[in-house]
Design a binder for this molecule. Structure first.
Ligand code: NAI
Length: 729
């Protein structure tokens, strides 16, 4: 479909000749009402005449278009817009094009040369655009063009005044693009090359003839069309070619060290790296630009950065760091740390299951397995002192994490960790350091962590690309997830989690996060990791921490506190594959992740696995399932709750059942309740039979300690409705 401008009102400044005339004719031809502005002066800004504008108006009208003339200088911006309003009642598009030249070598540039150029180009564009702005804002539509020049972008001999004004227009456009975006006002900049009276003095006549203005106008028309979403762009255009420009920035280098003054010598010594465009980035916003600085502040000032090598030698031989051991670290904690961590990863007294991790007086008070990363995390800091590595911490990303427990973590104690650089990999665009941390309690190995960190831009040292020592991620099976748990994180999740020892202000300070390019402070990756791990522990291990063997995770995207985490789980024997998403956006935040569990049987010590075949209760549940299918609706009305059952045999949980008597026609599922249950009954297989057979009254069973009830205890009263008549089985 061809691009038309019917109903649109366009102002083109300096449209009496050259490029402006071409734009005006093209807009007029495609249905727009055009205000042809030109004061009709000479190329140096002298003189005035209405002839130039009138002629173009005539040309447009002769072709059946709508146009009016305006002879004011762009320095009278309001008057130009008023002409549009008087003639056509609105203003939709402004093409700031008017321009003059006063070329002089810099030394000979007078105040007048400087001021005139700035008044016409920069101040003129400002005044015209400001006059149009509120009209565009109110109608929620506007398209603005600024006209820059290659002389501004690259510099040009004899054009100091012009270059400065022309690049000033790009700065103006960049900010208008940001301020206008939400009102559908787009502002773009063109740097044209065309033969005109402005260029005929500098270009050979042939070139002036061949570089036609009509090869520039189509870009301007497209950028001004309502269908074009481009905003804040800069384009070079000429001879029928169009290219887009953007900024490029070297990776740079931090030359400051904590508690030391920054010196020009350090800058000199790092000069090659500062100016090296290998792996350069292309920041597209001030946030992206500032993010680096924020990272530098956070890393250097918290002591996690090491800055430049003071000798000036750049890093050295990373591969030589392999096998090096960091100084031993100790970590002392009490039940308070375990509880604080559990709260940090979202546990709440709302869920009776969680009391086991939140109340030190609970019979089965336990430390969450993923607390194993907390006891070892200070090892990361130690990386800075490994000879040969020369890590720039401002470029460090926590890429992956592996944790394996050899016994459940004690709920208090002093643990000792030993960290070793397991391997250093060269990924070209960066370097991966695998840090193995073994943690001991009184000489006994408690857990093993592998931190996998990626240092952007530190690759290319000729090292190997893969390692046998890396614990690798695993993709989930190709089928819908077997179980899904969705849980909202709280507004204060990061505020709480950080108290377990990660003090980066990125997770708490809004202005710090904003400077880093985030709309608000983000959640710690290891916090989502904690959520996902306890979801699996609940779904597949009945919160039995002794079942937890290991976890592997890759961190992909950030999460904002308050968003909901959706843990998708696939069970493949004792491996539970996990993928974690932000529910609201569908963004994957943890990928390739899995948890390995010890088989349930492992938990029983020497008596061998409990007999799980032929449970008497299985028969009853089979019958209950049939009745729910027949009478589900009636039961849902009577009970209106989700009841979970845990059947034990020889003191071990051997079966989960979930009776959903809350929604639809009801359902019975042979699986853990996934956090949905209003009440959970734990009962031994044989006692369950007694209850069902009417030999044991549920209340009595409860007081005798044979029936444990977690959750809404009042729902026990509804048991009769569910179980009655089973005595007849
Ligand atoms: P041009 O001289 O043919 O057109 C400029 C028009 O602006 C003239 O008709 C002039 O009367 C008008 N004008 C000057 N001062 C004015 C004022 N105060 N108020 C209203 N109108 C005024 O030049 P050309 O080449 O068409 O240039 C158009 C724009 O493109 C200028 O901003 C110029 O700096 C820019 N440009 C042109 C290049 C080229 O290769 N032609 C290269 C880079 C930039």
């Amino acid at each position: 479909m061809s691009l038309t401008f019917d109903g649109r009102v366009v102002l083109v400044t300096g449209a009496g000749g050259g490029l402006g005339r071409e734009y005006a004719l093209a807009f007029g031809q495609r249905g727009a009402a055009v205000i042809v502005n030109d004061l009709g002066g000479d190329i140096k800004g002298g003189g005035r005449s209405s002839a130039a504008a009138d002629k173009v108006v005539e040309e447009i009208r002769a072709k059946g278009g709508k146009a009016v003339a305006n002879y004011d200088s762009v320095e009278d911006g309001e008057k130009l817009i008023q002409t549009a309003l008087d003639a056509f009642g609105r203003i939709d598009i402004v093409v700031n094009n008017a321009g003059i030249l006063r070329d002089r070598s810099f030394a000979r540039t007078s105040d007048v040369d400087w001021d005139l150029i700035h008044r016409v180009h920069l101040r003129g564009s400002f005044l015209v655009t400001r006059a149009a702005w509120n009209h565009m804002k109110n109608q929620k539509f506007g398209r603005i063009i600024m006209t820059s020049s290659a002389a501004g972008i690259y510099g040009n001999f004899g054009q100091a005044n012009y270059s400065a004004a022309k690049l000033g227009l790009l700065g103006l456009s960049n900010t208008l693009a940001i301020e206008g975006q939400k009102y559908n006002i787009h502002c773009n900049t063109v740097a044209p090359t065309a033969g005109s009276r402005l260029t005929e003095t500098v270009m050979p006549p042939d070139l002036v003839e061949s570089l036609k203005a009509e090869y520039v106008a189509p870009l301007v028309l497209w950028l001004c069309h309502e269908a074009c979403q481009e905003n804040g762009g800069l384009f070079e255009v000429g001879a029928g070619w169009i290219g887009k420009l953007r900024w490029e920035r070297s990776l740079g280098r931090t030359v400051r060290q904590k508690n030391k003054s920054m010196t020009p010598e350090a800058v000199r010594d790092a000069w090659n790296e500062i100016c090296d465009f290998t792996d350069a980035t292309k920041p597209a916003s001030i946030q992206e630009s500032l993010q680096t600085l924020v990272e530098v502040l956070s890393k250097v000032d918290t002591g996690r950065g090491i800055g430049a090598n003071p000798t000036g030698a750049t890093a050295t031989n990373p591969s030589a760091a392999v096998g090096q051991t960091l100084p031993e670290m100790t970590f002392t904690y009490t039940h308070m740390n375990c509880i604080l961590y559990a709260l940090g990863v979202g546990m709440s007294t709302k869920d009776p299951d969680h009391l086991q991790f939140l109340y030190e007086g609970h019979q089965e008070f336990s430390c969450l397995p993923t607390f194993g990363v907390i006891v070892a995390q200070s090892a990361m800091t130690g990386l800075g002192s490994v000879p040969g590595l020369d890590i720039d911490f401002t470029r460090l990303l926590h890429g992956e994490q592996y944790l394996e427990l050899f016994k459940p973590l004690p709920t208090s104690g002093t643990l000792t960790s030993r960290a070793t650089v397991a391997d250093v990999l060269d990924k070209g665009s960066g370097m991966i350091v695998l840090l193995d941390v073994h943690t001991y309690s009184g000489g006994e190995l408690v857990c093993y962590n592998q931190f996998s960190v990626f240092i952007v831009g530190a690759g290319g040292f000729g090292g190997k690309r893969t390692s046998q020592k890396a614990v690798v991620t695993a993709p989930p099976p190709d089928r819908p997830a077997d179980a899904v748990i969705v849980e909202e994180t709280s507004r204060d999740q990061a505020a709480l989690y950080r108290l377990s020892g990660d003090w980066n202000p990125l997770h708490i300070d809004p202005s710090f996060a904003a400077m880093g390019g985030f709309k608000s402070p983000i959640l710690h990756g290891l916090c989502s990791f904690g959520f996902a791990a306890r979801h699996v522990l609940k779904q597949y291990a009945g919160n039995d921490v002794s079942r937890f063997k290991s976890i592997k995770v890759r961190f992909v995207k950030p999460v904002y506190p308050g968003q909901s985490l959706q843990t998708e789980m696939w069970k493949e024997a004792n491996r539970i594959h996990i993928q974690c998403k932000v529910k609201e956006t569908g963004t994957v935040v943890l990928s390739g992740a899995y948890i390995d569990l010890h088989a349930a049987a492992d938990a029983s010590v020497s008596a061998g696995p409990p007999q799980t075949d032929g449970l008497q209760s299985d028969l009853v549940f089979a019958e209950i399932g049939r009745r729910i299918r027949d009478l589900g609706e009636e039961l849902v009305k009577k009970v209106n709750a989700v009841l979970a059952w845990e059947i034990t045999k020889d003191g071990k949980r051997v079966r989960h059942w979930t009776m959903d008597l809350k929604s639809g026609r009801g359902a019975l599922l042979r699986e853990a309740d996934g956090g949905r249950a209003d009440v959970t009954f734990t009962v031994a297989d044989e006692d369950f039979m007694d209850v069902v057979m009417g030999k044991l009254n549920p209340q009595k069973a409860f007081f005798a300690g044979k029936l444990k009830v977690k959750g809404n205890i009042m729902l026990s009263q509804k048991l009769e409705a569910v179980l009655k008549d089973y005595a007849k089985l």
